[in-house]
Ligand binder design. Structure first.
Ligand code: NAD
Ligand code: UGA
Length: 461
C-alpha cells in the first residue's frame, strides 16, 4: 500500500475511542497512538487523573501508556497529517430534525471527519469506520474523500475499512482484551491485512473475521438489534408472569438451558438503556423503510416500543401500589446509570421512571455510586424533559436517600446494592415500606422478612 504503519490516529475520544485506543497502545508498544477530539474539556480530562469516563480497568491502562505511546490532543490537523491509519470513532446519534427525524442516524460528525481528512491528509491513508453507521456509509466517506482529492488534482489513495466495535460499557476493557470476534470489512485485501495485523498482536487470528464492507456495517446494527430483542422478549414475558403467577427468573433459567437459546441476556429489567440499542434499532427500522420493507421495519420497531412499555408499566405499578398517588411522597431511587459499572446515563430507563414519578408529584431522591446530578440533568434536558430541582435530589448515601421514604426503587444492578443493611433503611421509612426491584437482584425473601412489601419484576404475587 505504500503507507507507514507505525502511527495511528483516532478521531473521537469518547466511550469507544478512549478505551479502544488505550488497549491498542497497551498491546502494541511498537505503535504510536494519538486520540484527537474537538472537545477541549474532554481532552483535558483524558490528560488528567480524573478521566472523562468511568470504566473498570481503564485508568490503569491509560496511566501505563499515556505520554509513552498514547497521546490525547485537540490538534486534529496534526493527528491526521502524522498518521497512516485513521479511526473515526465519533458519535452517530439519532437525527432530531429533518428527513428521518427520530429514526435515521445523524451522520454529520462522520461526514465532517471525512471532510477534515480530505483537507489535511498529506499522503495516502487507511480510514477506518469505528463508529456504528448505516449500511453504505463507507461509500459516502469514500466519495467525499475522492471528490476532494480529484478537485485538488491529487493522486492520494484512501482505503476505507469498516471495523465496528462490540464492547459493552462497564466491561469494555475485558471485552477489548478478549473479544468474541473482531470484524473487519473492506474492499482491499491489503488494507484489511494491515488492520488485522494490528489486532493480531493480542487477538487470535481465527477470531478476526473479514467480510465485505456492507456486511460489516450491517452486522453491527443487527448484533445490537438481536441483543436488544432478547431483552424486550423476556421483558414482555415478565408482564405475563406478573399476571399469571409465573416467575420470569425461573422461566429465563428454564429456557436459557436450551443450548440453542443460551442463558445470556435474559435478565428481565425495567428496560434497556444506553446510547446505542435504541438508536441502532431505530436506524435499522429506517433503513428497512427506505428499502420498502415495511413489515421488517415494524418487526424491529416493536423491540423499541416494548421497551418503552416496560418502563411505563413498571412505573405505573409503583404509583398504583402506593395507593394511586405519589404526590409529595419521598421515593428513594437506587441507581441512575443505564447499567452497573458505568457513570453513563444516556437513554437510561431511570429517566422515564423518574420523570413519571415526578410528574405525579413525587420527590425523588437518587443514590448512584457514579452518577452526578449534572449529568442526569443534561440527559433530561436532551430529551426535552423539564425537571424541578426541588423534586430531584441526588443523595450522598443510600441511607440518606431512604430516610423517610415511602418506597425504594432499584433501577441499576450495582453490586453494592446487594450488600446494604436494608433493615436499617426499613426502620427509618414510612410504613407500609415498599420495595420495587427493577433488576430482580435483591434477596426478596429476606426483605419480606424485614417487613417490606416487595414487588419483584415479573413475579406474580
Ligand atoms: P461519544 O459521544 O462518547 O464520543 C464521540 C466523540 O467524538 C466526542 O467526544 C466528540 O466531541 C467527538 N467528535 C465528534 N465529531 C468530531 C470531529 N469532527 N472531530 C473531532 N472530534 C469529534 O461516543 P461513543 O459512545 O464513543 O460512540 C462513538 C461511536 O461508537 C458511535 O457511533 C456509537 O454508536 C459507537 N459505539 C458505541 C459503544 C458504546 O458503548 N458507547 C459501543 C460500540 C459502538
Ligand atoms: C451494547 C452491546 O452489548 C455491545 O455489544 C455494543 O457494542 C454496545 O451496545 C454498543 O453498540 O453501544 P451496552 O449498551 O454498553 O452494550 O451494554 P449492555 O450490557 O448491552 O446493556 C444494554 C442495556 O440492556 C442495559 O440497560 C442493560 O441493563 C440492559 N440489559 C442487558 C437487560 O435489561 N437485560 C439483560 O439481560 C441484558
Amino acid at each position: 500500500l505504500g503507507v507507514r504503519l507505525n502511527r495511528i490516529c483516532c478521531i473521537g475520544a469518547g466511550y469507544v475511542g478512549g478505551p479502544t485506543m488505550a488497549t491498542i497502545a497497551l498491546k502494541c508498544p511498537q505503535l504510536e497512538v494519538v486520540i484527537v477530539d474537538m472537545n477541549e474539556d474532554r481532552i483535558k480530562r483524558w490528560n488528567s487523573d480524573e478521566l472523562p469516563i468511568y470504566e473498570p480497568g481503564l485508568t490503569e491502562v491509560v496511566k501505563a501508556c499515556r505520554g509513552k505511546n498514547l497521546f490525547f490532543s485537540t490538534d486534529v490537523k496534526k493527528g491526521i497529517e502524522e498518521a497512516d491509519i485513521i479511526f473515526a470513532s465519533v458519535n452517530t446519534p439519532t437525527k432530531t430534525q429533518g428527513v428521518g427525524k427520530g429514526r435515521a442516524a445523524d451522520l454529520r460528525f462522520i461526514e465532517s471527519v471525512g471532510r477534515t481528512i480530505a483537507q489535511y491528509a498529506n499522503r495516502s491513508k487507511i480510514v477506518i469506520e469505528k463508529s456504528t453507521v448505516p449500511i453504505k456509509t463507507a461509500e459516502a466517506i469514500a466519495r467525499v474523500l475522492s471528490a476532494n482529492e480529484a478537485a485538488a488534482g491529487g493522486s492520494k489513495n484512501f482505503w476505507i475499512l469498516s471495523n465496528p466495535e462490540f464492547l459493552a460499557e462497564g466491561t469494555a476493557m475485558k471485552d477489548l482484551d478478549e473479544p468474541d470476534r473482531v470484524l473487519i470489512g473492506g474492499q482491499d485485501q491489503d488494507a484489511i491485512q494491515v488492520l488485522a495485523d494490528v489486532y493480531a498482536n493480542w487477538v487470535p487470528r481465527d477470531r478476526i473475521l473479514t467480510t465485505n464492507l456492507w456486511s460489516s456495517e450491517l452486522s453491527k446494527l443487527v448484533a445490537n438489534a438481536m441483543l436488544a430483542q432478547r431483552v424486550s422478549s423476556i421483558n414482555s414475558i415478565s408482564r405475563l408472569c406478573e399476571r399469571t403467577g409465573a416467575d420470569v427468573k425461573e422461566v429465563a433459567r428454564a429456557i436459557g438451558t436450551d443450548s440453542r437459546i443460551g442463558p445470556k441476556f435474559l435478565n428481565a429489567s425495567v428496560g434497556f438503556g444506553g446510547s446505542c440499542f435504541q438508536k441502532d434499532i431505530l436506524n435499522l427500522v429506517y433503513i428497512c423503510q427506505q428499502f420498502g420493507l415495511e413489515e421488517c421495519a415494524a418487526y424491529w420497531q416493536q423491540v423499541v416500543d416494548m421497551n418503552d412499555y416496560q418502563k411505563t408499566a413498571f412505573t405505573s405499578k409503583i404509583i398504583q401500589s402506593l395507593f394511586n398517588t405519589v404526590t409529595k411522597k419521598k421515593i428513594a431511587v437506587l441507581g441512575f446509570a443505564f447499567k452497573k459499572d458505568t457513570g453513563d446515563v444516556r437513554e437510561t430507563p431511570a429517566l422515564m421512571v423518574c420523570d413519571m414519578l415526578m410528574k405525579d408529584g413525587a420527590i425523588v431522591h437518587v443514590y448512584d455510586p457514579k452518577v452526578v446530578i449534572e449529568d442526569a440533568l443534561t440527559e433530561f434536558k436532551y430529551h426535552d424533559l423539564e425537571v424541578n430541582t426541588n423534586q430531584l435530589i441526588f443523595s450522598k448515601s443510600p441511607q440518606e436517600a431512604c430516610d423517610g421514604a415511602h418506597a425504594i426503587v432499584v433501577l441499576t444492578e450495582w453490586d453494592e446494592f446487594k450488600t446494604y443493611d436494608y433493615k436499617s433503611f426499613y426502620d427509618k421509612m414510612m410504613k407500609p415500606a415498599f420495595l420495587f426491584d427493577g433488576r430482580n437482584m435483591l434477596d426478596h425473601a429476606a426483605l419480606v422478612d424485614i417487613g417490606f412489601e416487595v414487588h419483584a419484576l415479573g413475579k406474580g404475587q
